[in-house]
Design a protein around this ligand. Structure first.
Ligand SMILES: [Zn+2]
Length: 241
């Protein structure tokens, strides 16, 4: 069945069909790339009427069908759709509450980034120039129990000033103006984690870039007019902030 037929069958708007389709596509890519396994992770998109399309509890995100996704309001109540929305819906609601500027939230379990948080290796440290220019440091939030209200509350402060973060011993949260944007940040986050992991295996205690180098990179970022919230720029969670 094509998208148009499915949309008219369920009475979805074009915007809703596009949102549902992008969630299924990105879920597939995250699964194939090993950024989630089994029924890990959850994905959402906020529509222009401030309702949210989100993956269901327990479903395998690499094999989602459009009609399996649920639509909720910003208080987490089901607007339509059968089934139950994600057990980690709280993460998404907190992101949308704190960030009126974003339209998509992606929570995954990228193995290298999570491993670094387990090993207490800081991803906030500026080491990779590309990261400083694009998304800045990657803060790690304190451990909170998945499936409880604690989890959403544990990221509230940090998501105000960062488009990317790692929840200690658990997974990543990336946000963006659309789902592809949130995925791009996840891709960069895990790629950086892999580089840091490799570097740590041959030499512990990595040195950050100099303050001077970081300043020049942030100047470049400003000249390029890049959007998003960069923790090296707003000093969120950094010493002296
Ligand atoms: Zn999770």
């Amino acid at each position: 069945m094509d998208l148009e037929t499915i949309a008219s069958r369920f009475g979805w708007s074009d915007e809703e069909v596009r949102a549902r389709n992008s969630i299924c596509e990105i879920g597939k890519i995250c699964y194939q790339r090993g950024l989630i396994s089994a029924s890990d992770g959850n994905i959402s998109v906020r529509l222009s009427d401030d309702t949210v399309i989100i993956t269901p509890a327990g479903g395998m995100k690499g094999f989602m069908q459009l009609e399996q996704l649920t639509r909720i309001d910003l208080a987490g109540n089901l607007v339509d759709g059968r089934g139950k929305n994600s057990t980690e819906t709280g993460i998404h609601l907190v992101c949308y509450q704190e960030r009126p500027d974003i339209r998509a939230v992606l929570h995954c379990h990228p193995p290298h980034a999570v491993a670094l948080s387990v090993a207490e290796i800081d991803m906030q440290m500026p080491i990779i120039p590309e990261m400083v220019v694009t998304i800045g440091g990657i803060p790690t939030t304190p451990f909170a129990t998945p499936g409880t209200h604690e989890l959403g509350d544990s990221i509230r402060e940090v998501v105000r000033c960062s488009d990317t973060l790692v929840m200690r011993n658990h997974g990543s949260v990336t946000v963006g103006g659309n789902l592809l944007d949130a995925f791009k940040k996840l891709d960069m986050l895990e790629h950086t984690a892999r580089i840091l992991w490799l570097a740590h295996t041959v030499k512990g205690g990595l040195e950050p870039l100099s303050d001077e180098a970081v300043r020049k990179l942030l100047d470049t970022r400003q000249q390029l007019g890049l959007g998003g919230r960069n923790t090296l720029e707003n000093r969120c969670g950094l010493q002296g902030s």
